[in-house]
Design a protein around this ligand. Structure first.
Ligand code: SF4
Length: 363
Protein backbone atom coordinates (compact mmCIF):
# COMPACT_ATOMS: atom_id res chain seq x y z
CA UNK A 1 0.00 0.00 0.00
CA UNK A 2 1.30 3.50 -0.75
CA UNK A 3 2.96 5.39 2.11
CA UNK A 4 0.59 8.37 1.94
CA UNK A 5 -2.34 6.07 2.71
CA UNK A 6 -1.68 6.69 6.41
CA UNK A 7 -3.27 10.05 5.64
CA UNK A 8 -6.52 8.42 4.49
CA UNK A 9 -8.76 10.07 7.14
CA UNK A 10 -7.21 13.50 6.42
CA UNK A 11 -7.60 13.02 2.67
CA UNK A 12 -11.28 12.11 3.10
CA UNK A 13 -11.94 15.08 5.40
CA UNK A 14 -10.18 17.61 3.18
CA UNK A 15 -12.05 16.32 0.18
CA UNK A 16 -15.44 16.43 1.91
CA UNK A 17 -14.77 20.01 3.08
CA UNK A 18 -13.90 21.00 -0.47
CA UNK A 19 -17.02 19.24 -1.77
CA UNK A 20 -19.28 21.11 0.65
CA UNK A 21 -18.14 24.35 -1.07
CA UNK A 22 -17.65 23.17 -4.64
CA UNK A 23 -20.14 20.39 -5.43
CA UNK A 24 -21.59 20.67 -8.92
CA UNK A 25 -25.34 21.04 -9.09
CA UNK A 26 -27.20 18.39 -11.04
CA UNK A 27 -30.92 17.65 -11.14
CA UNK A 28 -30.43 14.18 -9.64
CA UNK A 29 -28.35 15.51 -6.78
CA UNK A 30 -31.04 17.66 -5.18
CA UNK A 31 -33.26 14.56 -4.69
CA UNK A 32 -31.05 11.50 -5.10
CA UNK A 33 -33.89 9.03 -5.65
CA UNK A 34 -32.69 5.56 -6.69
CA UNK A 35 -34.40 5.83 -10.09
CA UNK A 36 -32.93 9.24 -10.94
CA UNK A 37 -29.46 8.16 -9.79
CA UNK A 38 -29.70 4.96 -11.85
CA UNK A 39 -30.79 6.87 -14.99
CA UNK A 40 -28.05 9.49 -14.60
CA UNK A 41 -25.34 6.89 -13.97
CA UNK A 42 -26.34 4.80 -17.00
CA UNK A 43 -26.44 7.91 -19.20
CA UNK A 44 -23.05 9.03 -17.92
CA UNK A 45 -21.36 5.76 -18.88
CA UNK A 46 -19.10 6.77 -21.78
CA UNK A 47 -20.82 10.17 -22.24
CA UNK A 48 -19.90 13.64 -21.06
CA UNK A 49 -21.98 15.48 -18.47
CA UNK A 50 -22.81 18.42 -20.75
CA UNK A 51 -24.20 16.02 -23.35
CA UNK A 52 -26.18 14.03 -20.80
CA UNK A 53 -27.99 16.91 -19.06
CA UNK A 54 -30.60 17.74 -21.75
CA UNK A 55 -31.18 14.04 -22.40
CA UNK A 56 -31.70 13.44 -18.68
CA UNK A 57 -34.27 16.25 -18.45
CA UNK A 58 -36.22 14.98 -21.47
CA UNK A 59 -36.06 11.42 -20.15
CA UNK A 60 -37.42 12.33 -16.72
CA UNK A 61 -40.24 14.34 -18.32
CA UNK A 62 -41.20 11.36 -20.49
CA UNK A 63 -40.64 8.65 -17.84
CA UNK A 64 -40.79 10.30 -14.42
CA UNK A 65 -40.97 6.94 -12.63
CA UNK A 66 -39.50 3.51 -13.11
CA UNK A 67 -43.03 2.12 -13.55
CA UNK A 68 -43.72 4.49 -16.44
CA UNK A 69 -40.44 3.47 -18.05
CA UNK A 70 -41.28 -0.23 -17.63
CA UNK A 71 -44.65 0.30 -19.36
CA UNK A 72 -43.20 2.29 -22.25
CA UNK A 73 -42.52 1.09 -25.75
CA UNK A 74 -38.88 0.40 -26.71
CA UNK A 75 -39.28 2.61 -29.79
CA UNK A 76 -40.20 5.55 -27.58
CA UNK A 77 -37.19 4.82 -25.36
CA UNK A 78 -34.81 4.64 -28.33
CA UNK A 79 -36.25 7.83 -29.83
CA UNK A 80 -35.49 9.70 -26.61
CA UNK A 81 -32.00 8.23 -26.55
CA UNK A 82 -31.26 9.08 -30.19
CA UNK A 83 -27.95 10.94 -30.47
CA UNK A 84 -26.62 9.76 -27.09
CA UNK A 85 -24.97 6.67 -28.64
CA UNK A 86 -24.23 3.27 -27.10
CA UNK A 87 -27.87 2.31 -27.55
CA UNK A 88 -27.46 -0.91 -25.56
CA UNK A 89 -27.67 1.34 -22.50
CA UNK A 90 -31.21 2.44 -23.41
CA UNK A 91 -32.33 -1.11 -24.12
CA UNK A 92 -30.80 -2.30 -20.84
CA UNK A 93 -32.39 0.49 -18.83
CA UNK A 94 -35.76 -0.42 -20.31
CA UNK A 95 -35.19 -4.12 -19.48
CA UNK A 96 -33.93 -3.23 -15.99
CA UNK A 97 -37.12 -1.26 -15.28
CA UNK A 98 -39.24 -4.28 -16.26
CA UNK A 99 -37.07 -6.57 -14.11
CA UNK A 100 -37.36 -4.30 -11.05
CA UNK A 101 -41.14 -4.38 -11.45
CA UNK A 102 -41.31 -8.16 -11.86
CA UNK A 103 -38.56 -9.35 -9.47
CA UNK A 104 -38.12 -6.58 -6.89
CA UNK A 105 -41.67 -5.43 -6.32
CA UNK A 106 -40.99 -2.15 -8.12
CA UNK A 107 -38.20 -1.10 -5.75
CA UNK A 108 -34.65 -0.70 -7.07
CA UNK A 109 -32.58 -3.14 -4.98
CA UNK A 110 -30.08 -1.82 -2.46
CA UNK A 111 -27.27 -4.38 -2.39
CA UNK A 112 -24.42 -4.58 -4.88
CA UNK A 113 -25.18 -8.23 -5.65
CA UNK A 114 -28.82 -7.50 -6.49
CA UNK A 115 -28.07 -4.29 -8.35
CA UNK A 116 -25.57 -6.15 -10.53
CA UNK A 117 -28.33 -8.54 -11.65
CA UNK A 118 -29.93 -5.62 -13.53
CA UNK A 119 -28.99 -5.41 -17.23
CA UNK A 120 -26.35 -2.77 -17.90
CA UNK A 121 -25.39 -2.38 -14.23
CA UNK A 122 -21.77 -3.28 -13.53
CA UNK A 123 -19.58 -2.89 -10.48
CA UNK A 124 -19.20 0.89 -10.72
CA UNK A 125 -22.86 1.70 -11.44
CA UNK A 126 -24.04 -0.64 -8.67
CA UNK A 127 -21.66 1.00 -6.19
CA UNK A 128 -22.66 4.52 -7.29
CA UNK A 129 -26.40 3.81 -6.91
CA UNK A 130 -25.90 1.96 -3.66
CA UNK A 131 -23.77 4.73 -2.07
CA UNK A 132 -25.50 7.82 -3.52
CA UNK A 133 -29.13 6.70 -3.38
CA UNK A 134 -29.03 4.35 -0.37
CA UNK A 135 -26.09 5.71 1.66
CA UNK A 136 -24.29 2.33 1.64
CA UNK A 137 -20.57 2.29 2.43
CA UNK A 138 -19.47 1.29 -1.06
CA UNK A 139 -16.47 2.62 -2.96
CA UNK A 140 -17.04 3.44 -6.63
CA UNK A 141 -14.32 3.90 -9.23
CA UNK A 142 -15.21 5.66 -12.50
CA UNK A 143 -13.00 7.40 -15.08
CA UNK A 144 -12.60 10.60 -13.06
CA UNK A 145 -11.84 8.71 -9.85
CA UNK A 146 -9.33 6.47 -11.65
CA UNK A 147 -7.44 9.57 -12.77
CA UNK A 148 -7.45 11.28 -9.35
CA UNK A 149 -6.36 8.17 -7.45
CA UNK A 150 -3.72 7.24 -10.00
CA UNK A 151 -2.14 10.67 -9.49
CA UNK A 152 -2.67 10.87 -5.77
CA UNK A 153 -1.01 7.48 -5.23
CA UNK A 154 1.23 7.52 -8.29
CA UNK A 155 -0.08 4.30 -9.86
CA UNK A 156 2.57 3.22 -12.35
CA UNK A 157 0.74 0.37 -14.08
CA UNK A 158 -1.36 1.09 -17.20
CA UNK A 159 -4.65 2.42 -15.87
CA UNK A 160 -6.87 -0.26 -17.40
CA UNK A 161 -4.64 -3.17 -16.41
CA UNK A 162 -5.98 -5.73 -13.93
CA UNK A 163 -3.26 -4.79 -11.47
CA UNK A 164 -4.11 -1.07 -11.58
CA UNK A 165 -7.82 -1.84 -11.33
CA UNK A 166 -7.27 -3.90 -8.19
CA UNK A 167 -5.08 -1.20 -6.64
CA UNK A 168 -7.59 1.57 -7.44
CA UNK A 169 -10.61 -0.23 -5.98
CA UNK A 170 -8.53 -1.20 -2.94
CA UNK A 171 -7.42 2.42 -2.41
CA UNK A 172 -10.94 3.75 -2.86
CA UNK A 173 -12.18 1.32 -0.22
CA UNK A 174 -9.48 2.28 2.28
CA UNK A 175 -10.14 6.01 1.78
CA UNK A 176 -13.94 5.69 2.12
CA UNK A 177 -15.23 7.51 5.24
CA UNK A 178 -17.88 5.42 6.99
CA UNK A 179 -21.39 6.84 6.60
CA UNK A 180 -20.37 9.36 3.94
CA UNK A 181 -19.69 7.19 0.91
CA UNK A 182 -22.21 8.92 -1.38
CA UNK A 183 -20.69 12.38 -0.82
CA UNK A 184 -17.16 11.03 -0.86
CA UNK A 185 -17.59 9.25 -4.20
CA UNK A 186 -19.22 12.30 -5.75
CA UNK A 187 -16.52 14.55 -4.29
CA UNK A 188 -13.82 12.48 -6.01
CA UNK A 189 -15.79 12.62 -9.27
CA UNK A 190 -16.14 16.40 -9.01
CA UNK A 191 -12.49 16.89 -8.12
CA UNK A 192 -11.57 14.88 -11.22
CA UNK A 193 -13.89 16.93 -13.37
CA UNK A 194 -13.14 20.42 -11.99
CA UNK A 195 -9.55 20.33 -10.69
CA UNK A 196 -7.70 17.09 -11.43
CA UNK A 197 -8.59 17.36 -15.11
CA UNK A 198 -7.23 15.03 -17.81
CA UNK A 199 -4.90 17.72 -19.19
CA UNK A 200 -3.19 20.35 -17.05
CA UNK A 201 -4.63 19.52 -13.62
CA UNK A 202 -5.09 22.69 -11.54
CA UNK A 203 -2.98 21.45 -8.62
CA UNK A 204 -2.77 24.94 -7.15
CA UNK A 205 -6.51 24.72 -6.33
CA UNK A 206 -6.44 21.11 -5.18
CA UNK A 207 -7.39 20.33 -1.57
CA UNK A 208 -5.29 17.15 -1.75
CA UNK A 209 -2.11 18.70 -3.08
CA UNK A 210 -0.03 18.06 0.03
CA UNK A 211 -0.91 14.36 -0.04
CA UNK A 212 -0.43 13.90 -3.77
CA UNK A 213 2.60 11.73 -4.63
CA UNK A 214 2.70 12.49 -8.35
CA UNK A 215 2.41 16.24 -7.69
CA UNK A 216 5.32 15.92 -5.22
CA UNK A 217 7.36 14.24 -7.95
CA UNK A 218 6.20 16.73 -10.59
CA UNK A 219 4.84 13.92 -12.79
CA UNK A 220 1.10 14.49 -12.40
CA UNK A 221 0.66 14.99 -16.13
CA UNK A 222 2.30 11.61 -16.75
CA UNK A 223 -0.42 9.90 -14.74
CA UNK A 224 -2.52 7.94 -15.39
CA UNK A 225 -0.28 5.72 -17.47
CA UNK A 226 -2.10 4.69 -20.63
CA UNK A 227 -1.42 1.50 -22.58
CA UNK A 228 -0.48 2.14 -26.20
CA UNK A 229 -3.60 2.48 -28.30
CA UNK A 230 -4.02 -0.06 -31.08
CA UNK A 231 -5.20 1.46 -34.34
CA UNK A 232 -8.89 0.71 -34.81
CA UNK A 233 -9.96 -1.09 -38.00
CA UNK A 234 -11.65 0.76 -40.84
CA UNK A 235 -14.59 -0.84 -42.67
CA UNK A 236 -16.41 0.03 -45.85
CA UNK A 237 -20.19 -0.19 -45.62
CA UNK A 238 -22.89 0.22 -48.28
CA UNK A 239 -26.50 1.27 -47.64
CA UNK A 240 -29.51 1.13 -49.96
CA UNK A 241 -31.96 4.00 -50.30
CA UNK A 242 -34.71 1.92 -51.85
CA UNK A 243 -37.46 4.05 -53.34
CA UNK A 244 -40.77 2.74 -54.64
CA UNK A 245 -42.60 4.28 -57.58
CA UNK A 246 -45.15 5.78 -55.14
CA UNK A 247 -42.34 7.80 -53.50
CA UNK A 248 -42.07 5.69 -50.31
CA UNK A 249 -38.66 4.61 -48.98
CA UNK A 250 -37.74 1.39 -47.23
CA UNK A 251 -36.46 1.51 -43.66
CA UNK A 252 -35.33 -1.67 -41.90
CA UNK A 253 -35.18 -2.21 -38.16
CA UNK A 254 -32.01 -3.82 -36.85
CA UNK A 255 -32.28 -6.92 -34.64
CA UNK A 256 -32.70 -5.93 -30.99
CA UNK A 257 -29.40 -7.30 -29.76
CA UNK A 258 -26.13 -5.98 -31.07
CA UNK A 259 -24.80 -2.78 -32.53
CA UNK A 260 -27.51 -0.10 -33.00
CA UNK A 261 -30.01 -2.79 -31.90
CA UNK A 262 -33.66 -1.85 -32.43
CA UNK A 263 -32.80 1.27 -34.46
CA UNK A 264 -34.05 1.89 -38.00
CA UNK A 265 -31.73 2.27 -40.94
CA UNK A 266 -31.32 2.28 -44.68
CA UNK A 267 -30.43 -1.42 -45.02
CA UNK A 268 -27.07 -2.67 -46.18
CA UNK A 269 -23.86 -3.92 -44.66
CA UNK A 270 -20.14 -4.41 -44.77
CA UNK A 271 -18.23 -4.88 -48.02
CA UNK A 272 -16.34 -8.19 -48.09
CA UNK A 273 -12.96 -8.67 -49.78
CA UNK A 274 -13.27 -9.04 -53.54
CA UNK A 275 -16.68 -7.35 -53.74
CA UNK A 276 -17.57 -3.94 -55.08
CA UNK A 277 -19.77 -1.77 -52.87
CA UNK A 278 -22.65 -2.37 -55.28
CA UNK A 279 -22.15 -6.15 -55.13
CA UNK A 280 -22.04 -6.00 -51.34
CA UNK A 281 -25.31 -4.10 -51.33
CA UNK A 282 -27.08 -6.58 -53.62
CA UNK A 283 -25.89 -9.47 -51.40
CA UNK A 284 -26.81 -7.77 -48.11
CA UNK A 285 -30.33 -6.87 -49.28
CA UNK A 286 -30.81 -10.45 -50.47
CA UNK A 287 -29.64 -11.84 -47.11
CA UNK A 288 -31.48 -9.37 -44.88
CA UNK A 289 -34.70 -8.84 -46.80
CA UNK A 290 -34.77 -11.60 -49.43
CA UNK A 291 -35.21 -8.86 -52.05
CA UNK A 292 -33.57 -8.18 -55.40
CA UNK A 293 -32.44 -4.62 -56.05
CA UNK A 294 -30.97 -2.59 -58.84
CA UNK A 295 -28.22 -0.28 -57.55
CA UNK A 296 -28.16 3.20 -59.05
CA UNK A 297 -26.23 6.43 -58.45
CA UNK A 298 -24.28 7.11 -55.28
CA UNK A 299 -26.29 9.32 -52.89
CA UNK A 300 -23.44 10.27 -50.56
CA UNK A 301 -20.63 9.04 -48.34
CA UNK A 302 -20.35 9.39 -44.56
CA UNK A 303 -17.64 8.80 -41.97
CA UNK A 304 -18.32 7.48 -38.49
CA UNK A 305 -16.07 6.39 -35.62
CA UNK A 306 -17.22 4.01 -32.92
CA UNK A 307 -15.24 2.85 -29.91
CA UNK A 308 -13.86 -0.28 -31.59
CA UNK A 309 -13.90 0.54 -35.32
CA UNK A 310 -14.55 3.30 -37.80
CA UNK A 311 -16.34 3.05 -41.08
CA UNK A 312 -17.13 4.91 -44.26
CA UNK A 313 -20.68 4.35 -45.42
CA UNK A 314 -21.62 4.80 -49.06
CA UNK A 315 -25.34 5.24 -49.70
CA UNK A 316 -26.82 4.42 -53.11
CA UNK A 317 -30.16 5.13 -54.72
CA UNK A 318 -31.78 1.75 -55.37
CA UNK A 319 -34.99 0.29 -56.78
CA UNK A 320 -36.59 -3.11 -56.29
CA UNK A 321 -36.52 -5.42 -59.27
CA UNK A 322 -40.08 -5.88 -60.52
CA UNK A 323 -41.87 -8.66 -58.62
CA UNK A 324 -39.40 -8.68 -55.71
CA UNK A 325 -41.11 -8.40 -52.30
CA UNK A 326 -39.01 -7.72 -49.18
CA UNK A 327 -39.41 -9.99 -46.13
CA UNK A 328 -37.95 -9.51 -42.65
CA UNK A 329 -35.31 -12.27 -42.74
CA UNK A 330 -32.29 -10.87 -40.87
CA UNK A 331 -33.98 -7.63 -39.81
CA UNK A 332 -36.55 -7.25 -37.07
CA UNK A 333 -39.03 -5.41 -39.26
CA UNK A 334 -39.28 -3.05 -42.21
CA UNK A 335 -41.59 -0.23 -43.27
CA UNK A 336 -42.26 1.91 -46.36
CA UNK A 337 -42.41 5.57 -45.35
CA UNK A 338 -42.30 9.09 -46.70
CA UNK A 339 -39.25 11.18 -45.76
CA UNK A 340 -41.26 13.38 -43.37
CA UNK A 341 -42.41 10.28 -41.47
CA UNK A 342 -38.82 9.10 -40.82
CA UNK A 343 -38.40 11.36 -37.79
CA UNK A 344 -40.65 9.06 -35.72
CA UNK A 345 -38.26 6.13 -36.29
CA UNK A 346 -35.21 6.16 -33.98
CA UNK A 347 -31.96 6.03 -35.99
CA UNK A 348 -28.21 6.29 -35.58
CA UNK A 349 -26.37 9.45 -36.57
CA UNK A 350 -25.63 8.64 -40.23
CA UNK A 351 -29.06 7.24 -41.06
CA UNK A 352 -30.62 10.35 -39.52
CA UNK A 353 -28.39 12.50 -41.69
CA UNK A 354 -29.47 10.60 -44.81
CA UNK A 355 -33.15 10.86 -43.75
CA UNK A 356 -32.78 14.62 -43.32
CA UNK A 357 -31.07 15.00 -46.69
CA UNK A 358 -33.86 12.99 -48.34
CA UNK A 359 -36.44 15.20 -46.66
CA UNK A 360 -34.80 18.39 -47.86
CA UNK A 361 -34.50 16.95 -51.40
CA UNK A 362 -38.18 16.03 -51.58
CA UNK A 363 -39.51 19.30 -50.12
FE1 SF4 B 1 -4.65 15.94 -9.12
FE2 SF4 B 1 -2.86 17.87 -8.83
FE3 SF4 B 1 -4.61 17.33 -6.90
FE4 SF4 B 1 -2.67 15.65 -7.41
S1 SF4 B 1 -2.44 17.73 -6.66
S2 SF4 B 1 -4.78 15.11 -7.05
S3 SF4 B 1 -2.50 15.84 -9.62
S4 SF4 B 1 -5.05 18.11 -8.96
Amino acid sequence: MPSNLSNAPKIANQLLDWYSQNAREFPWRSHPEPYSVLVSEIMLQQTRMETVLPYYQRWMSAFPTLKELSESDLQEVLTLWEGLGFYGRARNLHKAAKLVLSDFNGQIPTTLAELETLPGVGRYTAAAVSSIAFGADEAAVDGNIRRVLSRLFNIEEPIRSTQAEESLWGLAEVLLPVGKAGDFNQALMDLGSLVCTPKKPVCIRCPLQKYCTSFGLGIQEERPVRAEKKPIPHKLVAAAIIRRTDGLFLLAQRPENGLFGGLWEFPGGKKENGETLQEALVREIQEELSAEIKVGEEFGSYQHTLSHFRFTLYAFHCTLIVGSQPKAIEVKDFVWVKPHEMKTYPMGKIDRLIAEELLSETK
